[in-house]
Design a protein around this ligand. Sequence first.
Ligand code: GRF
Length: 218
Amino acid sequence: MTVKNIVVLISGRGTNLEAVLKAAADERWDEHPGARVAAVISNRADAAGLEVARAAGVPWHVVAHTEYGSRASFDEALARTVDRYAPAVVVLAGFMRVLTAGFVRRYEGRLVNIHPSLLPLFPGLFTHRQALAAGVRIHGATVHFVSTEVDSGAIIAQAAVPVQPGDDEERLAARVLAEEHRLLPRAVKLVLEGRVRFDKERVVLDGVGHDELSLLAA
Ligand code: GRF
């Protein structure tokens, strides 16, 4: 059996990377769906998540956006590094660069992102601040296929997190993050299994229960 490679792109802490690595180990993804995290790539040399990769013995690379004169040339360098692993899935786990349409198309149907809000609400940055300012009662996180428009691709799975009285950005972010750590590995596994596919800008499900795609925080 050929093993399916997962490449994870990060820019920072790497707690979502850690969650994927933990699920892959605990759930024996090497046996089913026959997959492994093959490499981690960061656009920042100081990303703490690189230490997570190192500790797990996963090959890692830095492709520093600051060394490239344009988005296109950075994305080309990034794609060259990604392609060394011929990945089945590329995961954006706190990767803080906007990708060019060329990059997105190259990995269409294989490129997933985790965003800390219930999309289509609150795209972009400072999502917890946006949620608190809007006064929503339910916030959360979304895993979606990446499309050429930022934070707007077809939705794979979502986790809902109630906003509590007295929440500030930090408290809310921490509760959402805990759900991200449940949501992302689950969504990645479903894509690896081929039970969630991307077809003509839409998500197609194959024997996936709806409860597998919508998590509710306790
Ligand atoms: C997460 O909140 C993720 O949703 C967002 O960036 C953050 C990354 O956190 N895209 P970490 O690096 O995985 O800890």
